[in-house]
Design a protein around this ligand. Structure first.
Ligand SMILES: C[S@@+](CC[C@H](N)C(=O)[O-])C[C@H]1O[C@@H](n2cnc3c(N)ncnc32)[C@H](O)[C@@H]1O
Length: 232
C-alpha cells in the first residue's frame, strides 16, 4: 500500500501548463537550467539518484543521461498526472528510469538506497507540518556518503528580485529558515548558494560515512514510519 499523509491530493495536476510555464520562465533554456541543478549536486557516472517531486520528469531523464548505463534514477511524485507525462517523456527519450506515485514524507524506498536525493522546488509545496518528515525521509534513504540537494526560494521576500519568487507559496517559503541546520537529520551542509537561475537557491548536504549509530553503520538501520521497501 502506498502511504499518503495529509498532503494527499496536493501537488500539481496541470503537467502541460507546468511545462509551458517552465519553458517561459527559462526563456526556452530548460536544459541549461536542469543542467545547473544537476551540476550543483555533481551527478557522477554510476550514481543511484532519487528525484523527489520529480514533476514531468525532465530532471530524471537528464540525471540518467549523466549517470550513464550503470546509474539508476528514480522519480517520485504525489501527482499521478505529472507522472503520466514523465513516463511518456522517458519512453520517448528511450531512457531506463522508473517513476512512483508517493508522498515525499513517506518514501517507498529502503534505507540507504541512493547516492543522491534531490528535492527541486518541492519543499515550498509541502505543508510546513510535513517538511521535517520529508528531510528525515531523504536522509533515511541516502547511503552514508550520499548527497542531498534541496533547491527552492530563499531569503527575505523584500530582497527577492523576481515576481515569481515573491508569489504566494514561493514568497511564503524560505529555504534558509526551513533548513537552518540539517544536523538533526544526520546531514552536514557542504554548500549554500544561489543557483543562478529563476531567483532560486540551493543547499547541498552530505550524510556522514560514520554516523556513530551502530545499527546504521552496520547497514542495518531500520526504516521510519511504515518504512515499506516496496517498489523502489
Ligand atoms: C514545482 S514542481 C517541481 C517539479 C520538478 N522537481 C521540477 O524541477 O520541475 C513541484 C512538484 O512536487 C510535487 N509535490 C508536491 N508535494 C509533494 C509531496 N508531498 N510529495 C511528493 N511530491 C510532491 C508536485 O506534484 C510537483 O510535481
Amino acid at each position: 500500500m502506498t502511504h499518503f499523509s495529509k498532503t494527499r491530493g496536493r501537488g500539481i495536476h496541470f503537467p502541460r501548463l507546468y511545462d509551458f510555464i517552465m519553458f517561459a520562465l527559462t526563456k526556452g533554456h530548460r536544459d541549461a537550467y536542469r543542467r545547473a541543478v544537476l551540476d550543483a549536486v555533481k551527478i557522477r557516472s554510476g550514481d543511484s539518484v532519487l528525484d523527489v517531486g520529480c514533476g514531468t520528469g525532465d530532471q530524471v531523464i537528464l540525471a540518467k543521461q549523466m549517470s550513464g548505463p550503470s546509474g539508476t534514477v528514480v522519480g517520485v511524485d504525489i501527482s499521478a498526472d505529472m507522472l503520466a507525462v514523465a513516463r511518456r517523456k522517458a519512453r520517448a527519450s528511450n531512457v531506463d528510469v522508473s517513476f512512483h506515485c508517493a508522498d515525499a514524507a513517506h518514501l517507498p524506498a529502503e534505507a540507504e538506497r541512493f547516492d543522491v536525493v534531490m528535492l527541486v522546488t518541492v519543499m515550498h509545496m509541502v505543508p510546513e507540518v510535513d517538511r521535517a518528515a520529508c528531510l528525515a525521509e531523504a536522509s533515511r534513504v541516502l547511503k552514508p556518503g550520499g548527497r542531498l540537494l534541496v533547491v527552492d526560494y530563499a531569503g527575505e521576500v523584500r530582497s527577492r528580485r523576481s515576481l515569481v519568487s515573491r508569489h504566494k507559496l514561493h514568497g511564503a517559503f524560505d529555504l534558509d529558515r526551513t533548513t537552518p541546520s540539517l544536523a538533526e537529520y544526520n546531514l552536514n551542509v557542504l554548500q549554500r548558494d544561489s543557483l543562478g537561475w529563476l531567483d532560486l537557491h540551493f543547499v547541498l548536504a552530505i550524510k556522514p560515512e560514520l554516523t556513530g549509530n551502530a545499527s546504521s553503520y552496520l547497514g542495518t538501520s531500520v526504516a521510519k514510519g511504515d518504512g515499506k521497501s516496496l517498489a523502489i
